[in-house]
Write a protein that binds this ligand. Structure first.
Ligand code: MOS
Length: 711
């Protein structure tokens, strides 16, 4: 009997539930007497509601109530800022006044017996506005310095940093590149659309919600309604993808709770695909300028990276756009400056590899341009500028496997057969290009709690209020628990997704394995030790049988001072082959190899799957995704999956490989894991556009690389 489960390619413990439809998602928890809410949204980007006529809607069949700012109860909206909420500014208050600050803002909620009746009646609400001037065109906004910049883990970073004499070093550099890189707004587009079912029982509220953080949803809604957080229970066992869109608690969750209170019955609010573009965040449109200076032999002398991104008028959303440029390469003279363009849009949010995906696109494109200017192999250039330590934080790396990643991925890819000259590789009439880029993402480790309960029959239940938006938390935690308990995996049941369970941190920033995993491991070890001691036996099964009642252990784990002593990041390298049709301008990715130094890999099967998902996300970012913002009114004309294409099977290359280089990092956390959810998305887009340059000689500096840009 083996109980060594960490490192094994265990299949998803919830796989059968998912493929048979037994797994229930937020919108599927239908309740008796449940009504449905449909949201009416503003059709102007800024101004005031002049009149709102809901008489026809109220007469609609099955309509229970129509809530607008005129009749909705005033809510306390007490202060609440979770780690995922912008720390500067104030969240949107729904139905509290006549102010409209973005296109698509909720301005009424229609509640009816059926969803069809609610949507029909919502179309009958007549609204007029007193519009005010607005800005929805990023090219016409003067960006301003943010009050504060922080990472998605709440770590505060200065918006501007500087070391050495970047201007002087750039001016005297023998070789330089200076370019602007742009990527458009992108939307998360998980398959499961956001939904909330709200049910009140007196002043206690239960929410079945799509969320990446049940406790944060409870705390936010408690603050909005001015009730104790323990009065709000949030249940979210399954999340059908999210990529960051369920980190925050968005206005529709408040509307569901408000509607349920007004109707005196449970209310379900489910967003349509179109609504997903107006209320659950997006990766902001970003404009970045990068200047690199180097000596003839390829040593970096200066890095200047200046970037700005869209945010709303009411909150400063600011992601870690420039982090990588501050430490990824060795360079004595570095200047980074981050700014925000305030517009009449709804607040953007974190989207897979927030900050890094965008920032590294600019940096790694510029590095490729520098390699071309130096007539140097792009891998060689990166190896030459490999730092010995984090020159921004002035700390040693806890581990850094970039060299091993370049080597492993290049070998598997066959990089040595690359002919350096652009347009020199062909397959029939197709232009073939090989490109690469570096990837990095911070190791995040947050406080977490878990409980393990051993039962006399030799089974165990282990719990933590974590989420699983797809990576496989259900499974990986079961593995960690079974190994720590020394029990066969079938005897261990892990449960997540409910505020009644011990606190877990946000399911984001690639920190779940490190944080919840460490808590689960510690709770299980403690339960096992307690049982063995109390049962007076060397064998766990014998011990719990003798005790005859459950043995419980609860543990809270907290990071120590590692982050003061080490710079902790996952690193990787991505290599890509593209084929570009010279007549049609169409790019197809033919193969992709990523190598990652991500610490210990708990489940290679799930991790590979997660990495491939991130790589496919990168194909979308490079070649397809672009939420068009109509500069006249802030509308998103392509707010649907027909006109906002994302990669499908036919777009994914036949060869996709994720290699995990051996890495034993004793500093990061008790499990020695770094997380891979985000890093798999980093570097993919620049590797693809670098490959497109190699294929065609055309440099794509504005994503996505659609055919029109290659003709
Ligand atoms: Mo991730 S953007 O932290 O869900």
């Amino acid at each position: 009997m083996t109980t060594a489960f960490i490192g094994q390619p265990v299949s998803r413990v919830d796989g059968r539930q998912k493929v048979t439809g037994a797994a229930r998602y937020a919108a599927e928890f239908d309740l008796p007497r449940q009504a449905h809410g449909a949201i009416v949204r503003s059709t102007v980007a800024n101004g005031r509601i002049a009149s709102i006529d809901s008489a026809a809607a109220e007469r609609g069949p099955g309509v229970v109530a129509v809530l607008t700012h005129r009749n909705a109860p005033r809510l306390p909206y007490s202060p609440h800022k979770g780690a995922v909420d912008p720390q500067v500014g104030e969240r949107l208050h729904v139905l509290q006044d006549d102010r409209v600050s973005h296109q698509g803002q909720p301005i009424a909620l229609v509640i009816a017996d059926t969803v069809e009746q609610a949507r029909h009646a919502a179309a009958l609400v007549r609204v007029t506005y007193t519009p005010e001037s607005w800005t929805t065109d990023i090219t016409r906004v003067a960006p301003v310095q943010p009050t504060q910049q922080k990472t998605d883990q709440g770590e505060v970073r200065p918006p501007a940093t500087r070391r050495g004499d970047p201007e002087g070093a750039l001016a005297s550099a023998e070789v330089k590149v200076e370019q602007t890189y742009i990527h458009p707004r992108e939307n998360h587009n998980p398959i499961e659309m956001h939904a909330t079912i709200a049910a009140w029982d007196g002043d206690r509220l239960t929410l079945w919600d799509k969320t990446q953080w049940v406790h944060n949803t409870a705390e936010e809604i408690a603050a909005v309604f001015g009730i104790p957080a323990q009065n709000v229970r949030v249940i979210s066992p399954f999340v059908g993808g999210a990529f960051g869109s369920s980190l925050r608690t968005w206005p529709h969750v408040t509307l569901a709770a408000l509607g349920a209170r007004a109707a005196g019955r449970p209310v379900k609010v489910m967003l349509s695909r179109r609504e997903m573009y107006y209320g659950v965040g997006y990766r902001p449109h970003t404009v970045q300028q990068v200047a690199l200076g180097a000596s003839r032999d390829g040593r970096l002398a200066a890095i200047m990276h200046d970037g700005y991104q869209e945010t709303s008028t009411y909150e400063e959303f600011s992601e870690a756009l420039l982090n990588a440029s501050r430490f990824l390469y060795s360079c004595p003279n570095v200047d980074t400056r981050h700014r925000l363009a305030r517009m009449n849009v709804h607040t953007p949010t974190y989207m897979r590899a927030p900050g890094e995906a965008s920032g590294v696109f600019a940096l790694e494109s510029a590095m490729d341009e520098l390699a071309v200017a130096l007539n140097m192999d792009p891998v060689e250039l990166r190896l030459l500028n490999e730092p010995e330590r984090d020159e921004f934080k002035k700390l040693p790396f806890s581990s850094r496997s970039t060299r091993a990643c370049y080597r492993a991925a290049a070998e598997r890819f066959g990089w040595s057969r690359r002919s350096a000259q652009p347009r020199s590789m062909r397959d029939g009439r197709l232009l073939i290009g090989w490109g690469m880029a570096t990837a990095t993402y911070p190791m995040n480790f947050a406080p977490a709690s878990a409980m393990a309960r051993l039962l006399p029959d030799g089974t165990a239940e282990v719990t933590s209020a974590a989420s699983d938006m797809g990576p496989g938390t259900w499974t990986s935690m079961t593995q960690v628990a079974a190994e720590a308990l020394g029990l066969p995996i079938e005897r261990v049941k892990f449960v997540l997704g409910d505020t009644r369970l011990p606190n877990a941190p946000v399911h984001g920033g690639s920190l779940t394995m490190a944080s919840v995993g460490s808590a689960v491991q510690a709770a299980c070890r403690k339960a096992r030790e307690d049982a063995l001691a109390r049962g007076g036996a060397n064998d766990l099964l014998e011990a719990v049988r003798r005790i005859g009642q459950p043995v419980e252990a609860s543990v809270d784990t907290n990071p120590g001072d590692e982050s003061q002593r080490f710079s902790m990041h996952a690193f990787g390298a991505v290599f890509v082959e593209v084929a570009v049709d010279p007549d049609l301008g169409e790019t197809r990715v033919r193969s992709m190899v990523g190598a990652y130094g991500a610490g210990r890999i708990v489940n290679p099967k799930l991790t590979r799957s997660q990495c491939i998902g991130g790589m496919i996300g990168g194909i979308g970012m490079a070649l397809m995704e672009h939420a068009v913002l109509d500069a006249r009114n802030g509308r998103v004309p392509n707010a649907n999956l027909a006109e906002y294409p994302v990669p499908v099977h036919a777009d994914t290359p036949p060869v996709m490989e994720a290699i995990f280089v051996e890495e034993h990092d004793l500093h990061v956390n008790p499990l020695g894991v770094k997380g891979v959810g985000e890093i798999a998305m980093v570097g993919v887009a620049p590797a693809i556009t670098n490959a497109i340059f190699h294929a065609t000689g055309k440099r794509i500096r504005e994503l996505p690389a659609t055919p029109d840009k290659l003709l």
